[in-house]
Write a protein that binds this ligand. Structure first.
Ligand SMILES: Nc1ncnc2c1ncn2[C@@H]1O[C@H](COP(=O)(O)OP(=O)(O)O)[C@@H](O)[C@H]1O
Ligand SMILES: [Mg+2]
Length: 259
């Protein structure tokens, strides 16, 4: 369903205009993802994971390479470009949605939960369908009367669950979770990971789970990509193969978790 081939992306350094003024961030990223799988992308902070996420959600055009979603080139689709908070590109029928680490800034604090959930549904009948919005809350184990609450009346874990419900609202094929549990307490992290697991089993969702935390990745994912300095440096197709990892950087990550 998702095909990323040799993607290169550089950011322009401030105040420069020569080629030397570009800082390469993605240096030839290649991977594939199947429908219904949970693929973990793990790497140190600053290695370019979120930048890759922005390429996949269609908000950042790479200088070179190819990104295809459901067989369609993301950067030739007429809707490529901006998308709302946590929302897939309009016109794509919500193919990709995204859950960010920072749940506080990814919602409008003046909005009640009802409006947060309805954001990706704008312009459709479902946006005003209270029973649909309540069903979304039920999916993430929150009571229906939370529809009237504001974000500051929720705990971190509850608000992140609202963000997950919002990501599911438009029935995406792919949910990109960018450090989605990293800001939560360890016990709440566990609950949210379990919830994500259940949702995936129930609805056949595909997840791209971006994280710097190997424990969280192994808890949820079927397959793992190790990412370092703008490249996929190792791919592990089953958790049992973690012991056979050859790449030096990836081994260090694994050793740090097992220690
Ligand atoms: N819009 C931008 N302009 C310039 N540099 C950026 C921009 N966005 C990210 N970067 C840089 O790209 C690098 C990778 O960032 P990021 O993809 O957020 O890494 P990660 O998610 O793995 O922590 C960092 O050095 C960051 O400073
Ligand atoms: Mg990041």
């Amino acid at each position: 369903m998702l095909q990323v081939e040799n993607v290169h992306l550089s950011f322009k350094k401030k105040g420069t205009f020569w080629r030397a003024g570009y800082k390469p961030i993605l240096k030839g990223v290649t991977f594939h993802m199947r429908q219904g799988e949970c693929l973990g992308l793990i790497g140190a902070s600053g290695s370019g994971k979120s930048t890759l996420g922005r390429v996949i959600t269609g908000t950042l055009r790479p200088q070179r390479g190819l990104a295809r979603l459901m067989g369609e080139d993301i950067y030739h689709m007429d809707t490529a470009g901006l998308f709302g908070r946590g929302r897939a590109r309009t016109g794509l029928g919500g193919v990709v949605s995204i859950v960010f680490q920072d749940y506080n800034t990814s919602v409008n604090p003046r909005f009640p939960v009802r409006d947060i959930l309805a954001e990706p549904l704008r312009g459709t009948k479902l946006a005003g369908d209270v029973s649909y919005l309540k069903a979304l809350l039920a999916q993430v184990r929150l009571p229906g009367d939370y529809l009237g609450r504001k974000s500051f009346e929720l705990s971190g874990g509850e608000l992140q669950r609202v963000c997950i419900a919002r990501a599911l609202a438009a029935k995406p094929a792919l949910v990109l979770l960018d450090e989605a549990v990293s800001s939560l307490d360890v016990s709440v992290q566990f609950q949210v990971l379990e919830l994500l697991k259940t949702l995936k089993e129930q609805s056949g969702l595909s997840y791209l789970f971006i994280s710097h935390d190997l424990a969280a990745v192994t808890h949820l994912c079927d397959r793992i990509l190790f990412f370092n300095d703008g490249r996929v440096v190792e791919q592990v197709d089953s958790l049992a193969d973690l012991v056979n990892v050859k790449d030096c950087y990836s081994r260090q990550l694994i050793a740090a978790v097992l220690a």
